[in-house]
Design a protein around this ligand. Structure first.
Ligand SMILES: O=C(O)CCC(=O)C(=O)O
Ligand SMILES: [Fe+2]
Length: 342
């Protein structure tokens, strides 16, 4: 008989096991290796309140080229909103599993859902050490009716948070557009109007050397704006893993595949993963900026004057289909949409 979701959640059983269950143990070649990688002091922390607009654009441009990652501070999102939102998600993930499963399975079309490991749990060889809650950010009743309403403050707090992060997203996309030499409104509208929220929860793990919270991947987004409480996020840079330092006042921003395509590879979708730890649960809140399904994804014309376009045009729905069929293999995703065939 199929096990029901509430029993599968890592948060429902992690504390009754002394060791890692076999279905969570990665084969030696896929294990995380060195866990205590250096926290990277060189991933730029960009001050968005700086008066030097050109310098801010330059910092973000360079970070998006070099790392596909940067952090932002003085971003305008009130600290109270950040702290309350983190608290509400921690409360959500700490609720009894049955309540969580109920709150996360109201939507028959499964836009709003709670799941564990990955959306492909049934077909995975090894599971990831995480639970995840996701839903669209739009607050029309069509979606809102399926958002959790436990903890009781969930909707109010998350709605307030998303309004703030939406504004921040616009600011960052404008800076990225200007850096690329595009009009500052380039990403407004359909290229960015389908944001999703994703809260990841990684309970403590008895042996982090055997497990992964998330394997190496790139996000299928334009950009992702992440709030993290403690360390665990790592970026793959020049053949090494480096840690992204957690700051309670900062958001981590990373470039996704869609921005890599539109920027004609000026920016690289950053490869990243999540490792587990044995000391404390880790909670993150990702705001993934996606285009609408019918939106056309292609290298911006203005970036293809001197350089030929590297990727073919396709709509976002088509891109997602390719991404989902080849998710574990970044090269295969890019090869499928690459014009050079290389
Ligand atoms: O939880 C994190 O630190 C990162 C999560 C992530 O990479 C993702 O959800 O795509
Ligand atoms: Fe990611």
């Amino acid at each position: 008989m199929e096990t029901v979701l509430d029993q599968k959640l890592v948060s429902s059983w992690f504390d009754v096991h002394q060791s890692v269950p076999e279905t969570y143990v990665f084969p030696p070649e896929k294990r995380p290796g060195k866990l205590n990688v250096p926290l990277c002091k060189s991933i730029p922390v960009v001050d968005l309140a700086s008066y030097d607009h050109r310098d801010t654009i330059q910092q973000i441009f360079k970070a998006s080229q070099d790392y596909g990652f940067f952090q932002v501070i003085n971003h305008g999102v009130p600290q109270k909103v950040i702290d309350e939102t983190m608290r509400v998600f921690k409360e959500f993930h700490a609720m009894p599993s049955k309540d969580k499963a109920r709150e996360g399975s109201k939507d028959p079309s499964r836009n709003c859902k709670l799941y564990t490991s990955s959306e492909n749990y049934a077909n995975e060889e090894v599971h990831f050490w995480r639970d995840a809650l996701t839903h669209p950010c739009h607050t029309s009743e069509k979606y809102l009716q399926y958002w959790p309403n436990k903890p009781s403050q969930y909707r109010e707090v998350v709605k307030g948070y998303l309004e703030e992060v939406k504004n921040l997203g616009c600011v960052i996309l404008e800076l990225l557009a200007e850096g690329l030499g595009l009009s500052s409104e380039f990403f407004n509208g359909r290229l960015s109007d389908n944001p999703m929220l994703l809260s990841n929860h990684y309970p403590p793990c008895p042996d982090p050397s055997l497990t992964l919270g998330l394997t190496k991947h790139r996000d299928p987004s334009l950009i992702t704006i992440l709030l993290q409480d403690i360390e665990g996020l790592q970026v793959f840079k020049d053949g090494n893993w480096i840690g992204v330092e957690p700051f309670s006042t900062a958001f981590v921003v990373n470039v996704g595949y869609v921005l890599q395509i539109i920027s004609n590879s000026k920016f690289k979708g950053a490869e990243h993963r999540v490792v587990t730890n044995s000391r404390a649960a880790r909670t993150t809140i990702a705001y993934l900026i996606y285009p609408s399904n019918e939106s056309l994804i292609e290298p911006a014309k203005a970036l293809c004057n001197r350089n030929p376009p590297l990727y073919r045009s396709l709509n976002f729905k088509e891109f997602l289909k390719i991404f989902k069929s080849k998710a574990a293999n970044a090269e295969a995703v890019l090869q499928n949409i690459s014009l050079s065939g290389s």
